[in-house]
Design a protein around this ligand. Structure first.
Ligand code: AMP
Length: 328
């Protein structure tokens, strides 16, 4: 199977060839033709399966086919200049995106945005903007004033802009919920329902999640219309070099000593320690530093700049032990 055979626009194929993609992954093979055909999708697949391209390629393909906006339409900036010229107080014209991707974290949103820029590199008229918590409001207003076709957003910050009239979803055609199970785990259900309610019922909805059971399944039923369900079994073979072990410990001190012992393994280059809470991540990272490990914490209470610095130190090998909540 090739990307050409999936019927994608030649400018997308060109970008994919440049990115070194030769064959669609299983999730892409199933999702792309159905999404081009306008069907709603419920997809259970893991990160690493190529799920971002599975929803972004057909969406870009469809956005490329949309008729050009009428020539007379002014950009939001021109609109503001015109109202100033008329002596009126400039009004912010709300952005009217055609596609919205909701993600649980800023990191994932940025990954999706970068991938979209890559896949859409040869397409005219497709602008993508990320709307994220932690980003200064004036910067976001400036991005929204460009009236992007695609918004990639975390739910909380998007709600702020929606409620203050900066975004109008009446023209939305495609809604994607990426890692929906994690968004629900993070307590975004009310925000998601509010956002979905603000979009036209005629939209196409694609929901991606590690699991489609329970709460996610119930929400999926409410927000999709006769969806195609795609289940991609996570491939066990890809993880065959991972050994899983369970250690039973007597108490916290025993647990700390055991961690210390595991991390002193000289054959280990780098390690990630996951903790349940942000406070635990900080405490353990501090304790490991005192014990002589190059350790750093990563969690959602840290500013984006601090998170990026930690990740860069990890990439450069200056951090050996990353202690993280599931934001990692
Ligand atoms: P994702 O599951 O969307 O996080 O994608 C995982 C990685 O696979 C990303 O680095 C993509 O750039 C890459 N990828 C996605 N689709 C393909 C493909 N068809 N061929 C090669 N690499 C791909």
């Amino acid at each position: 199977m090739t990307f050409e055979a999936l019927g994608l626009n030649p400018s997308i194929i060109k970008a994919l060839t440049e990115a070194g993609y030769t064959t669609p992954t299983p999730v892409q093979e199933k999702a792309i033709p159905a999404a081009i055909g306008g069907q709603d999708l419920l997809v259970s697949s893991q990160t690493g399966s190529g799920k971002t391209a599975a929803f972004m390629l057909p969406s870009l393909h469809k956005l490329a086919d949309l008729p050009q906006a009428p020539q007379a339409a002014r950009t939001p900036n021109q609109e503001r200049q015109a109202s100033r010229a008329r002596g009126e107080r400039p009004r912010f014209t709300p952005a009217q995106p055609k596609m919205l991707v909701l993600t649980p974290t800023r990191e994932l949103a940025l990954q999706v945005t970068t991938a979209t820029d890559k896949y859409g590199a040869y397409m005219r008229r497709v602008r993508v903007v990320s709307i994220l918590g932690g980003m200064p409001y004036p910067k976001q207003m400036q991005l929204l004033s460009r009236n992007p076709e695609i918004l990639v957003a975390t739910p909380g910050r998007l709600i702020d802009h929606m409620e203050s009239g900066k975004i109008d979803f009446s023209q939305l055609q495609i809604l994607v919920l990426d890692e929906a199970d994690r968004m629900l785990d993070m307590g975004f259900i009310d925000d998601i329902e509010k956002i979905v309610a603000a979009t036209p019922a005629s939209r196409q909805t694609m929901l991606f999640s590690a699991t489609l059971d329970g709460v996610v399944g119930n929400m999926a039923k409410r927000i999709t219309n006769n969806p195609l369900t795609i289940q991609i079994a996570s491939s066990a073979t890809r993880h065959e070099n991972i050994m899983q072990r369970v250690h039973f410990v007597d108490d916290l001190s025993h647990k700390n000593r055991l961690l210390d012992h595991l991390l002193r393994d000289v054959t280990m280059d780098q390690a990630v320690v996951f903790t349940a809470t942000k406070r635990d991540a900080d405490t353990i990272a501090d304790r490991l530093n005192i014990a002589g490990f190059a350790a750093a914490a990563l969690h959602g209470d840290m500013h984006q700049g601090a998170r990026n610095r930690t990740l860069n130190s990890l990439r450069r090998g200056q951090v050996r032990v990353l202690v993280a909540t599931d934001v990692a």
